[in-house]
Every structure is written in C-alpha cells, then in structure tokens.
Ligand binder design. Structure first.
Ligand SMILES: [Zn+2]
Length: 237
C-alpha cells in the first residue's frame, strides 16, 4: 500500500508523490512496490467491477509501461517498466476473470483455498489416494447414480459391449451438471453483492459468513468440473 510519508511513496526522480506505476508530476516510471492487484489498478477491493473500465485501464497502462518506449534511456527505468508490465499482465489476467478474481480476493482475506488443480487431482488418482473433495449435498443422489452408470459403462467397454441407452443417460446427467456449473456464476454474483456492500468496519463475523459461502461455492464448482471430466473420460475411452 502506498502511504503518504512513506519513502517509497515519492518519485525517485523529482520527489513528488507518485502513483503505483508513474509519478503524477514528471510521469517517470517507478520501481515496483508490493501492492495487491486491486491497488495496482487503483480499484477498491470489491468483487463487482466494470470490465470495460478495467480493460481500458489495462491498455492505457500497457502502452505507458511498454519497456521499449524510446523516451526511456535510463537502464533502471527500462527494467522497472519490464517488471511493472509483467505485474500489470498478472493483475489484469486475475481481475478480469470472475472466478480468479474471487479466489484472489479470498486469498487476500486470508482464506486458504483447497488445491483443486488438475495436477493435484491426477496425482491423487495416480497414488490411489481418495480425493479429499466432499460431494456437495445437493448433488449426492445424482452423483451416486452417475457413478453407478459410469462403472457399468466401463465394464461394458471392457467386454466390448455397446449400450446406446446408457450412454444417452450419462449424457443427460452431464448436461444437467453443466447447467448447474453455469448457474453457479449467477449465484456467486449474489455473494459479491453481499460482500461489496460491507463498510470497512463491518463485523468480522458477517464477513466470514459471506467468505464461507463463496468458498463453498468454489468447492462445489470444482467438484462439478472434475466430475464432468470423469464423465468425458469414461465416454471417450
Ligand atoms: Zn516525478
């Protein structure tokens, strides 16, 4: 965070107060300071954001921070431009994506998100470990039925049998799951609204409740994603 009075808050070139990337007075690029992505874009730490504004700001900054800018004779300035550009790209990629943005904010809030990556899942499979993920309660029945059908399909394939009706059933389940997956984004937005309306001094307990809802939703989301992947694999093999 850039705080007035902080040594890093003044321009290295002219001594004026500076922004995160540029000096407001002389326009010189500044050495990167550790700020979060919201601060980098001078945005409040909120989840609803105007994608058009973010995009415009991104292109504007990309242009200004371009390391090849010929006005930058100073080697240090060129290096800072390079570092700031790469920070800019990371910040933009993270904030423009609704899910990544939510995950990022949750991490800033100290939430440790479960490792749901593909590599982690594959590793768990390879070692025969049971995936840590818990079946979301609203999916219990469906998952149970689907797993039975997938098991049957694998058996049939081993025996060289073909059962179009079963494949169709599984396909229907898959479609249902995909619909649920899509709907989660809308549900997430309602939590964003709850989160964004908190004043700075909101009670920790209230904030935690909304954080928990978002974490739960992200877990359900990756559960469904993994399940759909399992279905695709079973259908293809
Ligand atoms: Zn300056």
């Amino acid at each position: 965070m850039i705080v007035p009075g902080d040594a890093t808050a003044t321009c290295w070139s002219c001594g004026t107060m500076r922004a995160v990337h540029f000096c407001s007075a002389c326009g010189k690029v500044q050495p990167p300071v550790p700020v979060d992505y919201f601060t980098f874009f001078a945005l409040p730490r909120k989840l609803h954001l105007d994608a058009a504004v973010l995009e415009r700001e991104f292109y504007e900054l990309s242009r200004k921070l371009h390391p090849d800018l010929c006005a930058r004779a100073d080697k240090r300035e060129q290096e800072w431009s390079l570092e700031q550009s790469s920070l800019l790209n990371d910040a933009y990629r993270t904030l423009k994506d609704p899910i990544k943005r939510t995950e990022y904010l949750l991490r800033l809030e100290g939430v440790e998100l479960e490792e749901q990556s593909k590599t982690a899942t594959e590793k768990a499979r390879a070692t025969g470990e049971i995936k840590k993920q818990v079946v979301p309660p609203d999916l219990l029945e469906e998952v149970f039925e689907l797993n039975m059908q997938l098991e049957e399909l694998r058996m049939q394939k081993k025996l060289g049998e073909d059962d179009p009706a079963l494949v169709e059933e599984i396909g229907k389940h898959k479609l249902e799951l995909e619909k649920k997956y899509e709907a989660l984004l809308e549900e997430l937005k309602t939590y964003w609204a709850e989160w964004d309306q908190f004043p700075d001094d909101a009670a920790e307990e209230n904030r935690r409740k909304v954080r928990d809802k978002m974490v739960d939703l992200l877990n359900r989301r990756s559960y469904i994603r993994n399940l759909v992947r399992d279905v695709n694999e079973a259908l293809e093999n």
